[in-house]
Design a protein around this ligand. Structure first.
Ligand code: NAD
Length: 299
């Protein structure tokens, strides 16, 4: 059964890895797809139009409809043109999957200003800018009385949710994406738009060589496991689910529960009285969920 028949989807960073898998799966499920990608290196250097062109060719070969878009998602006008490109070509927009991302890992003391700016720009601004322009389009549609049943699916990371060492820039940007998704969900619900985020885990060029996987572990890191969940989230069936962050990979899909209010002690204007009170709330609070306990769901 095709679950996204006739829907129009933009997938950013869809020339490779996870975005490519999302684009192919959505097309197989009947969506018309804008394959956005500037074709840059994993650390955001250079441009190459061929990865996006290859994905479009594959979709057309299987009888689907797709176009290439080479906009830089973190460029304000590039993001605006990306949304316009979808609407001008296919007459509407139903799904925005913000997947483009880059990495420049390093310990905090070695991270340069350029490494910080580039990673925050692509991952965080490159998520906000397309949502901003798409949301304005959906708001206009909704105000004109046209039905809107739209989806935004953003891409965060375990590195952000569970604080991976050596990734201050990437973790800060992706944590921003997670919280942005929850705020956007609250703002855009009135226009018929749901917003969720996924923290995926897959073997792509971004993660290649991190560890030696067994053939079974490698198979569970196939991007298709994540694309199936993303395609469901993009479909009308996910209506009503919004403002959630999901973890997704070949071992399962789960909800990452967000920050919670913990134990509380009365406020004071005398800091010298706080030793016992703060020790007490720490004692009775849950530990931060940690990336070190990384056996989550994996046998
Ligand atoms: N692979 C994993 O396990 C994993 C884990 C957590 C999060 N993620 C996130 O998933 C997303 C996809 O990652 P991937 O593993 O497929 O990596 P990838 O490097 O294979 O794909 C990323 C794509 O984004 C494109 N891109 C980069 N900057 C762009 C820009 N400014 N405009 C348009 N396109 C741009 C690149 O050209 C590339 O094709 C990223 O946001 C990444 O941070 C991946």
């Amino acid at each position: 059964m095709k679950i996204c028949e006739g829907r129009v989807a933009i997938i950013t960073g869809a020339g490779r890895g996870l975005g490519r898998a999302h684009a192919l799966m959505l097309a197989r499920h009947g969506a018309k797809v804008v394959v956005n990608d500037i074709g840059t290196s994993a650390s955001g250097e250079g441009v190459d139009q061929t990865p996006a062109q290859e994905v479009v060719a594959l979709i057309r070969e299987m009888g689907g409809e797709a176009i290439v878009d080479n906009s830089d998602v973190a460029d304000w006008n590039g993001a605006k043109n990306l949304i316009k490109n979808a609407v001008d070509t296919f007459g509407k927009l139903d799904i925005l999957i913000n997947n483009a991302g880059i990495l420049r890992d390093g310990m905090l003391i070695n991270t340069t200003e350029q490494d910080w700016d580039a990673v925050v720009r692509v991952n965080l601004k490159g998520t906000f800018a397309p949502i901003h322009h798409a949301a304005n389009y959906w708001r206009e549609q909704s105000k004109a009385g046209k039905p809107v049943d739209a989806r935004v699916i953003n891409t965060t990371s375990h590195s952000a949710l569970y604080a991976n060492i050596g990734q201050t820039n990437y973790a800060a940007a992706k944590a921003g994406v997670a919280t942005l998704s929850i705020v956007a969900a609250r703002e855009l619900g009135r226009y018929g738009v749901t917003v969720n985020a996924i923290a995926p885990r897959a073997e792509t060029r971004m993660t290649q060589g991190l560890k030696e996987w067994t053939p079974e572990q490698l198979e569970r890191r196939d991007p298709e496991w994540i694309a199936a969940f993303v395609t469901w989230l993009a479909s009308p069936a996910s209506r009503g689910i919004s403002g959630r962050v999901f973890e997704a990979w070949g071992y399962g899909y789960s909800v990452a529960e967000s920050w919670q209010h913990g134990p509380i002690t009365p406020a004071t204007k005398d800091p010298s009285t706080l030793d016992k009170e703060i020790a007490n709330i720490i004692k009775f609070s849950r530990k931060n969920a940690g990336i070190d306990r990384d056996t989550w769901l994996e046998p």
